[in-house]
Design a protein around this ligand. Structure first.
Ligand SMILES: [Zn+2]
Length: 414
């Protein structure tokens, strides 16, 4: 018998989904817009109804606090983001915010008084869908906002973050005040939808995240020579497209060989001049590689580099450049909290599996401030960032139940 209430969870999801600038197609809620303010008002009123002290911080993070017997003890924090991508779904972000709301309600009904304070949070601009640089709320809490990004980053209409903040009722000059002090937050827990097919395929209720993967993204340019597709023998070409194809294939084979959740993707490739009957004199492609350990990522990238070097040696006139565009270290989850989550899940009859998070989340940033842990709930057909994104409410409830039990245990222990 679960303590959390599936009808309330469904109502939260359906209510927040209404605050969208596009009707009828999933949910589109960009940070600091009218819809975002409507969602904020809903979250604030639900937090107040659950007896929380609610405030909005300098960048618009909604914080509902349940005071502890020891108000100065490190906070147990849980939550997620409430912005969405363009024509996204109803669950990516809100699921974790609602996990906080429902946890607060149940604790409130029980008259629970925690030892340490609990903060339930709802964060802005995780997706970066409006201003192009995501994880904004968690970065603000961790003191990782980049100089000038509030003044310079703009949306499609040329509105800067600072202007949008003003329109939303915030003072952008105070943004730095959102930063939390070291030691102030003891734990950050986040529930999120899986955004992949594993839980559904293995018929497991929830995932306990082991680590958020490390990743590197490279821009790769290969330079060669255009020649006639009919009259140039194969061994006399400087074919950039072929070199790229070999490199991608070699990297893919290496990722398969390494395992440990290592994935490598070439999702973008452009050739010049881009004609079917001309050898491509230039090929640009991007490689996105992720794994549990950064050494695995580096091993894949080394194989890709070797492959390109080999092509350059074998084909005079062929050269290449590689530029790292993104680099992020893996963020391990706190083993003790994973163990608590697994115990609590087992006690509630909820099945679990350890898994990697292949996507970044606010918890990834929060890991720089305090120990973190994440719960994944199943995504129907593994789909996300699309209107079809779906998690059955009973499945979501199971994940929320584990968040509720874990928060209660962590905040209840002296
Ligand atoms: Zn998300």
């Amino acid at each position: 018998m679960l303590k959390t209430n599936v009808e309330r969870i469904q109502k939260d999801i359906e209510s927040l989904a209404q605050f969208s600038c596009v009707e009828g197609i999933g949910c589109t809620r960009f940070t600091y817009t009218k819809e975002f303010a409507q969602a904020r008002d809903y979250i604030v009123s639900e937090m107040k109804a659950a007896g929380l002290q609610v405030r909005e911080d300098a960048v618009g993070i909604i914080i509902g606090r349940m005071e502890g017997k020891n108000p100065d003890a490190p906070v147990v924090m849980t939550g997620s983001h409430f912005d969405t991508v363009k024509t996204g779904g109803r669950f990516d972000g809100p699921a974790g915010v609602i996990a906080g709301l429902e946890t607060a309600r149940v604790l409130h009904e029980e008259g629970f008084v925690p030892e340490c304070p609990i903060e339930f949070v709802a964060l802005p601009e995780e997706e970066g869908a409006r201003f192009g640089s995501g994880l904004f709320g968690s970065r603000a809490m961790c003191g990782q906002l980049k100089p000038g990004e509030i003044e310079n980053n703009k949306d499609w209409d040329g509105v800067t973050v600072a202007e949008a903040m003003k329109g939303y009722g915030l003072d952008p000059s105070k943004a730095a005040e959102a930063q939390r002090k070291p030691g102030e937050i003891g734990t950050f827990l986040e529930l999120h939808i899986e955004q992949g097919p594993l839980l559904e395929k293995t018929k497991t209720d929830i995932g306990i995240v082991d680590a958020i993967v490390g990743l590197r993204v490279f821009d790769i340019h290969v330079y060669g020579r255009s020649d006639h597709a009919g009259n140039t023998p194969m061994n006399m070409r400087a074919d950039t497209m072929l070199a790229a194809a070999k490199a991608v294939t070699a990297g893919t084979e290496k990722a398969l060989e390494i395992g440990e959740g290592t994935v490598v993707t070439c999702g973008r490739l452009e050739t010049v001049p881009g004609a079917f009957n001309i050898v491509a004199k230039e090929t640009f492609f991007q490689i996105d590689c992720r794994s549990k350990s950064i050494e695995n990522v580096d091993a894949v990238m080394a194989v890709i580099t070797e492959s390109l070097q080999k092509s350059a040696e074998e084909n005079p006139g062929l050269s290449f450049t590689m530029e790292e565009k993104v680099s992020a270290m893996p963020v391990p989850m706190k083993a003790e909290i994973q163990a608590v989550m697994e115990e609590e899940a087992a006690d509630a009859g909820i099945s679990t599996v350890r898994m990697l998070s292949g996507a970044g989340h606010d918890a990834m940033i929060m890991g720089s401030l305090c120990p973190v842990a994440m719960v994944f709930v199943p995504s129907k057909d593994g789909r996300s960032h699309v209107p079809e994104e779906w998690t059955d409410y009973e499945d979501l409830q199971k994940g929320i139940e584990v968040i509720y039990r874990t928060v209660k245990r962590l905040a209840g222990e002296k």
